[in-house]
Design a protein around this ligand. Sequence first.
Ligand code: SF4
Length: 386
Amino acid sequence: MSETVQTASPSVSSELQLAEVVNLLGLSPKKMRAFFESIGEKPFRAQQALQWIHQYGESDFSKWTNMSKSLRLKLAQVAAIDYPEVIYQDFSKDGTRKWVMRMKGGSSVETVFIPDGDRGTLCVSSQIGCALDCSFCSTGKQGFNRDLSAAEIIGQVYIAAKSFDKPGEKRERRVTNVVMMGMGEPLLNFENVVDSMELMMDDFSYGLSKRRVTLSTSGVVPALYDLAEVSDVSLAISLHAPNDALRNDLVPLNRKYPIAELLKACQHYLSSLDDRRKITIEYTLMQGVNDQLSHADELAKVLRDLPCKINLIPFNPFPHSGYDRPSNNQVRRFQNRLIEAGYTVTVRTTRGEDIDAACGQLVGQVEDRTRRQARYKAKQESNATQ
Ligand code: SF4
């Protein structure tokens, strides 16, 4: 973590007016060019800076040797590379890694790396906590503190990529995929998430293809239309229920943006892409809640017009969640029913369970501004005494 304390704000020009030191870490390629122009330098310097930061993980300006000494000195005065502080990391016996990263203000978020053959998927957080309070989600029970800045979002990728570096050796690309599926609802932190995803896909930064960067949303419908205007990343929808009555209980945001509206926005997003892509439907299976074959039939019906594949996630229990994981047989029955209806259906394997890094288990340390955490603790205590 650098000694500098300024974070990047959405616009470089306002940042320069407000702060003497600009954090270059979260600047999208466009904002990086604007930054170099604003200090009287040629825009091509942006590419060099992006490479030093994101491809070499070099935060010391004095080592940016393809820039003149005077420019390096200038950068040291007006800029910094300020990334989150890793306060804890853990390694699962299955190869999964988890980092707890402290952000400004003291709260922390969790980031998880899941290796699978040649593929290495990083699950990144977009907010500290989450305001949406899905009934089955441990992050939701933590309440909400604030949005992460673009530097704090891409900082998670920066730290993960750097963690595999070996001194004197060329960096190997271990992070091959990024999913915005950690803490928070990415579409409620739109600009910072879009800037970070641009960096993930930029050739001078992480160079991931648009198919390897996935934004997962619980369905902020207006923001989905906005996303179609500015991005072409892969999309995952946290659906979890085949009808509005059930989804209203599981994902309260559904009361505002019901399933039909959400699926219409998904169709629109797909129609804005120039290739034949599918949306991933995430469906957490909870025993006796949404795991019956009648639910599978209903789901098959509701999704029939959407090019999609379905990812089933057997629920990962956490204390006092009130939900259970269905049996493997039930999961298989549910999966087969959807396959018979013509869908591609995968079942997510639980990874990193021994280090609490499995899907739905990310909690971090959230200084809650919603008082939800206090209400949840009170409920836990009253359940324990009953
Ligand atoms: S499932 Fe996602 S949107 Fe819902 S509370 Fe958890 S983090 Fe927020």
